[in-house]
Ligand binder design. Structure first.
Ligand code: UD1
Ligand code: MG
Length: 448
């Protein structure tokens, strides 16, 4: 059955004390909004409507980056969750099927949970996602009938002491026929303790109309909402814990899992080994059997099977590391292909470059890629040997099996098999070193 998705993001997020809209704060290098949409989008909705608040242009733009066809509607006045959904109603009205309402600040809902809600629609007209709260606090409470069906939802402010004692809480996620939403939303009033239009009132209204309402339960961790910086930090920790467990489950070795930081989209193959203190930024894939050694930082890169990265390596966006290649300590690689078996082992910058298979890049080599205005490419052929401390002033090409002398500044192309030397010739003056030192020491003794 067709599904419409309504995502509420009009909240002000005051408790974040931020100039940035709350749902654009990031967990694992992706905005909360991205996480919140993930499970809903996995169900393949026909339409997606996002409700943003006043000044929500940035949120809307971020949503369209994730779902280009999303409708972004503005709720000028924040009059409650039912009001927010009614603002989105024109975008889904008549689309039929079911509508699922989600919050944009709830990042961890699982696709399986939402599927279970869809499945429960076979038994109930309205399905609400509930959870047993360790500390129910101010959540809305789910009041069940004797047969376990849902009778109504009562907001904390409006609840009696007996109702507040209920531990089963409302997550806010709700699913029903789009047509039913169209019918019931206009009937919701605001005569309650907050003077708000509560979406939760839809349950009581449906029951009064002889319809059936049910609860699908999930773990409290899944409904974790983010309202403060502390919540954001907790959400990050929860994400990292799951990502580490996931990596172990899929056959990666993490010697100190709690010190490895993942991004939302990190992919590790089987038998990948990750040493302590490694940070993955967004867009990293590491293939089978590669080894990421301690204190390395990787983002936007691809590491092929059998490669060894680090310790203390930095792979930046566009780094493509070939099979069995070696990237050693204090090496930075950006927008560069490193061929199979090539070695870049020490203190080197390779940017906007191509390094052929089996090439050896000596310590301290720099591809001088930037002239202050534009970037230029360096191309190094297969099995080339770049001597230590070579400055490759791009654009420049070094052919296959060519050699550059240590300390060379290479400004012109080097043909295959050639030796390029670009450095001052050495002069040696016998005895002058010792005499110079003696003179300096004598001068100091005189000064006292
Ligand atoms: C809501 C539920 C409560 C539930 C809790 C779970 C209602 C009436 N109450 O309460 O039962 O336990 O969530 O976290 O639905 N929003 C708008 N426009 C508005 C109001 C809210 O877009 O006018 C959005 C917010 O940005 C947020 C979500 O709706 O993403 C929930 O709003 P919030 O104010 O946090 O509702 P609660 O009072 O926490
Ligand atoms: Mg809330």
């Amino acid at each position: 059955m067709a599904l419409q998705l309504v995502v509420l993001a009009a909240g002000e997020g005051t408790r974040m004390l931020s100039d940035r809209p709350k749902v654009l704060h990031e967990v694992a290098h992706a905005p909360l909004l991205h996480h919140a949409l993930r499970a809903g989008l996995a169900l393949g909705p026909a339409r997606v409507a996002l409700v943003v608040g006043h000044g929500g242009a940035a949120v809307g733009a971020a949503a369209r980056e994730i779902v280009p066809e999303a409708a972004v509607v503005t709720q000028e006045e924040r009059l409650g969750t039912a009001h927010a959904v009614s603002v989105a109603l024109p975008e889904i009205a008549g689309a039929g099927g079911d509508t699922l309402v989600l919050y944009a600040d709830t990042p961890f809902l699982r696709e399986e949970t939402l599927s279970a809600m869809q499945a429960a629609r076979a038994q109930h007209d309205v399905v609400v996602l509930g959870f047993e709260a360790a500390d129910p606090g101010r959540y809305g409470r789910l009041v069940q009938a004797a047969d376990g069906t849902l009778e109504r939802i009562v907001e904390w402010k409006d609840a009696t002491e007996a109702e507040r004692a209920v531990r089963l809480c409302n997550s806010g996620v709700i699913c029903c026929a789009t047509a039913l939403l169209e019918e019931l939303l206009p009937q919701i009033g605001n005569a309650n303790a907050s003077g708000e239009y509560y979406l939760t009132d839809i349950v009581g209204l449906a029951r009064a109309g002889g319809l059936s309402c049910g609860v699908v339960r999930c773990d409290e961790a899944e409904t974790l909402g983010v309202n403060s910086r502390a919540d954001l930090a907790r959400a990050e920790a929860a994400f990292q814990a799951r990502a580490r467990a996931g990596a172990l489950e899929t056959g990666a070795t993490l010697t100190a899992p709690e010190t490895v930081h993942f991004a939302h989209d990190t992919v590790l193959g089987r038998d990948v080994e990750v040493e302590p203190m490694v940070v993955f930024g967004p867009g990293v894939t590491v293939e089978t059997g590669a080894r990421i050694r301690a204190f390395s930082h990787l983002e936007g890169c691809h590491v092929s099977a059998g490669a060894v990265i680090g310790p203390y390596a930095r792979l930046r966006p566009g780094a493509e590391i070939g099979e069995d290649a070696r990237i050693g300590n204090f090496v930075e690689v950006k927008a560069a292909e490193i061929g199979a078996g090539a070695k870049v082992n020490h203190l080197t910058y390779i940017g906007d470059a191509e390094v052929g298979a089996g090439a050896n890049i000596g310590a301290g080599t720099v591809t001088c890629n930037y002239d202050g205005v534009s970037k230029h490419r360096t191309v190094i052929g297969e099995r080339a040997f770049i001597g230590s401390d070579t400055m490759l002033v791009a654009p420049v090409r070094v052919g296959a099996e060519a050699v550059t002398g240590s300390g060379s500044v290479v400004t012109r192309d080097v043909e295959a098999g050639a030796l390029a030397l670009g450095r001052a010739r050495q002069e040696t003056r016998p005895g002058l070193g010792r005499r110079l030192m003696e003179r300096l020491r004598a001068a100091r003794a005189e000064r006292g």
